[in-house]
Structures are given as C-alpha cells and as structure tokens.
Design a protein around this ligand. Structure first.
Ligand code: SAM
Length: 348
C-alpha cells in the first residue's frame, strides 16, 4: 500500500489539504479502496462490535424558508405538496415507534417558522415525558444559540446539521446568497458548546464538488470532531435547478464512508436512505464500508412521499419502520445485529 494511505490509516489524519486530495486520488485504485474499507470495518468493530444502531426518522414538516438549490422541498418549489404534522401526530409516530422497539427518535424537517422555539420545545419535552429513556435527535436546520439552548433544556440530546460543503465557493454554488458557510459553522459550534451530540456531513457528488472541496470537508470534520456524520450521495430532484445534474456515485460514497470511519473512529455513521435509493443493496454496502447506523422511516405512511428531497426517495420496504424484521434479517445476513438501544457515541 502507498505510504500516504498507510500513514492515514495509522494516524487517522493527514497533514494538509493536498494530502487529503492525494488520498482520494489513491483510493481510485480498487486495491487501495479495499484496504481502507477493511481497516474501516475493523475500527467500527473495535468501537461498536457488530451492533447496528436504529433510529426512527420522523419527517414532521416539509415547509422550508430556505432555497437550497439541491433540495426538493426548497421554498421555490411550487409543486411540492406541503404538510406539517401536528404535535399530537408527532407523538403518535413516537408511540408507534416505541411499540416497535425504537428508543431514538430523529425529528427532521424543513426550516418551518410555525415551529417556534416554544412549540418545538413543547414537542421535545412531551416526547421525553412520554418515553423518559429515549433519545431525541433534532434536525431542523439553522437556529440561534438561544433556540438551541431552549431545545436542549427541553430534553433534546442530539442535533444533525450537515455542513454540506466546507468550501466557501462551493457553498455559494449550492445555496442562495443569504445563506453562508460561516453561519452554518457557527451553528455547529454552538451545538457542540451546548453539549449536543452533534452531526455534520455532506452530500457526495453535489454539483461543483471536487476532490479539493472533499479534502476541505474531511479537514473540517477532523477539526469539528462531530459525534455523528451524515454522508450520502446527491440525487437530483426534477423540480430543482439541478434536475439535469448527475447523481453522485455510490462507489465514491462508500469510499468516503470508509475514510470518515478512519478519520473519526468512534463516529456514528448512518448508511443513508440516499445510498439505499441509488443502489439496491446500498444500505448493506454502506454497513460493509464502516457505517453503523440505519434510520428507518417512522413518518405517517400517507406523508412519506411528500418529503421528497430527491427523486425516487425510498420510504417503503426495509426503509419503513414497520418492516423492521425484514431489515433485521438483511443486517443479520451481513453478520451484524440491530441494536434498538439509544446507542450513544462511544468514548475513545
Ligand atoms: N432542514 C434541515 C437541514 O437543513 O439540516 C434538515 C432537513 S434537510 C432536507 C436534510 C438533508 O437532506 C440536507 O442536509 C441535505 O444534505 C440532504 N438533501 C437535500 N437534498 C438532497 C438531494 N437532492 N440529494 C441528497 N441529499 C439531499
């Protein structure tokens, strides 16, 4: 194996952006990619054994004030069928999830002004009151420090906010001018300082992405030290300006999952729905590349198709919470087992 790849595997980091860029180039060699994959799986097993953690995903609103160019629920999309679950409906999703054995609920949505701090804090605290031992993860975009603080006090444990890209220029290719990488980084730092278990991450193959922007993503993740990382392929949505762009590749996504596992050995790393959408066995391949989390969909079945971030997004089959036993079988076939516990990040 080349010295650079060996050094990355041994030190869990490289010296600079050029070296990360080189690493990604080296991993185009299938032998090098396989070497890194095997090392990533060993690390995952050292920290988490053969457990695959399960999170129940509740997509509770697709109203959004943002205009992210890649996203099917961005505010410009007049064809999106908008919905918002009531607090009672969100609680009902949790109740169904609890009965199925879920102990972590991920409440994800667009940046919907209806969910003021007060309303969202009340949702979080009522979930925690009803299910005191569960973990609540929020994924509702950029909010103020004070807002994150109120939500933490209400009982939220974790927060997912992908940084999307750590390159200023690339960020501007993906977002309207009122959004900035600086604001997003500030949110991530606020979340960390409030002791949320924090998730950052990026899409693979988003328009304008290069090995150089990915190198910056890897350096940013190393510096931030998030407890979770969301890495999934970009998939175009027909009603966005990126409708005719190519989807990211499953292979590169898998390589990056392995790289991120080595970079942050104890990170909680989902095999994403987008990866499962792109390749029939994408979820399994993700787990075999170093991922250790799956997030079945617990949203009401009649709403799932409306949370359309990209075309053909999976929400049925083993992606659906009610098909947990089918998912468990597929995971078992890989030599792993589903762990329904809270699955907090391991200490290293
Ligand atoms: N509003 C919250 C936020 O911005 O973090 C949470 C919802 S947002 C839709 C969740 C994630 O979906 C984004 O971080 C983005 O990476 C991903 N996403 C959006 N559009 C996508 C696309 N076309 N392909 C793949 N992933 C996409």
């Amino acid at each position: 194996m080349t010295d650079l790849v060996e050094r990355f595997v041994k030190n869990h980091k490289l010296e600079n952006r050029e070296e990360y860029r080189e690493l990604l180039k080296h991993l185009e060699d299938p032998e090098a990619a396989e070497y890194v994959r095997v090392r990533a799986v060993k690390l995952r097993e050292r920290h988490y054994g053969r457990a695959v953690y399960v999170r129940g995903l509740i997509e509770f609103t697709n109203y959004c004030r943002n205009g992210c160019y890649y996203c099917g629920i961005n505010r410009e999309n007049q064809r999106a069928v908008r919905y918002r679950l009531t607090p009672e409906e969100i609680l009902e999703c949790c109740r169904q999830g609890w009965e199925l054995g879920f102990r972590t609920f991920v409440l994800q949505g667009g940046e919907d002004a209806w969910f003021t701090d007060e309303r969202l804090a009340e949702v979080v605290s009522s979930v925690k009151r009803a299910y005191p031992n569960c973990a609540v993860t929020l994924s509702v975009g950029e909010r103020s420090y004070e807002s994150y603080e109120k939500l933490k006090k209400a009982g939220a444990d974790r927060y997912l906010l992908r940084h999307e890209t750590a390159s200023e220029a690339h960020y501007a290719c993906l977002h309207p001018s009122e959004m900035s990488l600086a604001a997003r980084k500030q949110c991530l730092r606020s979340l960390k300082s409030l002791s949320y278990q924090t998730g950052a991450g990026f899409m693979v193959g988003s328009p304008g992405q290069t090995y150089d922007t990915l190198a910056q993503d890897l350096m940013f993740l190393k510096e931030l030290q998030p407890e979770m990382a969301g890495i999934g392929p970009f998939i175009p949505h027909q009603d966005t300006r990126f409708a005719d762009q190519r989807a990211g590749s499953a292979e590169l996504t898998l390589r990056l999952l392995s790289v991120v596992r080595i970079l942050l050995p104890a990170v909680l790393l989902p095999a994403t729905t987008a990866l499962g959408t792109l390749a029939a066995d994408g979820r399994e391949q993700g787990l075999a590349a170093g991922a250790n989390v799956v997030m079945p969909n617990l949203s009401p079945r009649n709403r799932r198709k409306h949370y359309a971030l990209y075309d053909n997004k999976l929400s049925e089959g083993e992606e659906a919470a009610e098909r947990l036993s089918a998912l468990a079988k597929r995971v078992k076939a890989l030599g792993y087992y589903l762990d329904m516990g809270r699955g907090d990040a391991a200490e290293i």
